[in-house]
Design a protein around this ligand. Structure first.
Ligand SMILES: [Zn+2]
Length: 421
């Protein structure tokens, strides 16, 4: 039996801890100077328990030494739960400690504390959680790791059929991470180091033949290693790879800027300052041009500049994705390609060649209608995670944080009752 010291406190804490029979609170100690509340939990005698290995119902064999779990604060007082876990002797599994309803195995925190910690971590970052929860960096990172491991384990088994692949820069230096996204759910499905063919292949090899065949489309930029991995692992890859409009147009925007730089240099050599300060004017598409640039842009376009011609070529290709029918889009592209080739603007000629070499993957958009815009959005979120965390000390931690914030996982531990009712 236990000593009842202040029945009201023990009842209050039994409710706060969500304890049910046979568990009861035996003692509550308040330490005002230490800003701490200590709660001792015991079980009624005669209770029976399930073996964690086989759920066989057994009597108590003995108790392990007292352990302490951090619980949610009581009015800013750090609250510690103390208990000795019962052990059972199972004929099949030997002497085992039973599962405790308030904590996961080997955790130093109660489940309710961990659930709260996960909410805090979702709203802030590691250092924010350290301040709010008064826990160490290692403890915060450990809660995050466990949440991700739990979420991955609980994940439904069906992998996505519409994939987006992109690279993102890792926590430090020039390292990269390959990000595979579920374009339907808008979540990060898989992460691997580097941006090599093996990086993407490491995702494909986790899938069964059926799951690979079920892939309908893989949206990506024209990054050869990703193309290579997809060719090697995905049957019918030529119908499934989709080169994203955003990246195709990005290539042309870069080409226009190169034309401008070269032309500006030539003009300046002859004392012509027409293109001074015009860089940003050319980076916009026509409908997005800010009003403050409108007059300048009209003047420049009227001047028969090479840059203006390059810009017009770029803008014309943007129409491609507006067509509903592939046959019409193909016709437009052929005309465009001939125009670009004849332009004598070297950066445009090169960009057109790149597009020609990838045209199958650009046209497969018309079958799938997927874009990588979602992946781009997730990538923005990933970069915010990176900045907020001041570096996760290593790439593994950074990847864990990405899964935590972007994985769409069920991160929370669930309270359980393992005593026999
Ligand atoms: Zn057993």
């Amino acid at each position: 039996m236990w000593e009842r010291s202040g029945v009201q406190d023990t009842e209050l804490y039994r409710h706060l801890l969500g304890l049910t029979a046979p568990w009861v609170v035996s003692r509550v100690e308040l330490n005002v100077s230490g800003q701490q509340v200590d709660v001792w939990v015991e079980h009624e005698s005669g209770a029976r328990w399930r073996c964690p290995g086989c759920t066989r119902e057994l009597a108590v064999y003995d108790h392990s030494a007292e352990r302490v779990w951090r619980h949610l604060d009581s009015c800013q007082f750090a609250t510690q739960l103390h208990a000795r876990a019962p052990r059972v002797e199972c004929p099949e599994h030997g002497i085992r400690q039973v599962s405790l309803p308030w904590a996961e195995e080997r955790s130093r925190f109660t489940i309710l504390f961990e659930r709260f910690a996960i909410d805090v971590l979702l709203e802030t970052d590691i250092s924010g959680a350290m301040r709010v929860l008064r826990i160490s960096w290692d403890e915060a990172m450990h809660i995050l790791e466990k949440a991700v491991a739990r979420g991955k384990q609980a994940k439904r088994s069906k992998p996505p059929t519409l994939l987006g692949v992109d690279e993102t820069s890792a926590a430090r230096g020039r390292k990269y991470i390959t990000v595979v996204c579920d374009l339907e759910r808008g979540t990060v499905e898989h992460l691997s180091e580097h941006r090599r063919a093996e990086s993407l292949a490491s995702y494909y090899t986790t899938l069964t033949d059926e799951e690979i065949t079920a892939i309908k489309a893989v949206a990506m930029d024209m990054h050869e290693p990703y193309v290579k991995a997809t060719k090697e692992h995905v049957p019918d890859w030529h119908r499934k790879i989709v080169f994203d409009r955003f990246h195709v147009m990005q290539q042309l925007t870069i080409a226009v800027d190169r034309v401008r730089k070269a032309e500006h240099r030539d003009l300046l050599a002859n004392g012509d300052r027409s293109l001074v300060g015009s860089k940003y004017v050319w980076l916009y598409s026509e409908e997005n041009l800010p009003p403050r640039y409108a007059d300048r842009f009209e003047q420049l376009r009227a001047m028969e500049l090479k840059t203006a011609r390059a810009w017009a070529i770029k803008e014309t290709l943007r129409e491609l994705w507006r067509y509903k029918r592939l046959s019409i889009a193909k016709k437009l592209w052929k005309q465009w390609d001939a125009w670009a080739r004849r332009s004598k603007l070297a950066p445009i000629v090169r960009a057109a060649a790149t597009i020609r070499n990838h045209i199958g993957g650009i046209f497969s958009y018309f079958d799938n209608r997927v874009t990588n815009a979602m992946t781009e959005g997730l990538n923005g979120k990933i970069q915010r995670i990176k900045r907020a965390a001041h570096g996760y000390r290593n790439t593994d931690n950074f990847m864990t944080a990405i899964y935590f914030h972007c994985g769409g996982l069920d991160l929370y531990p669930r309270p359980r009752t393992h005593a026999v009712p």
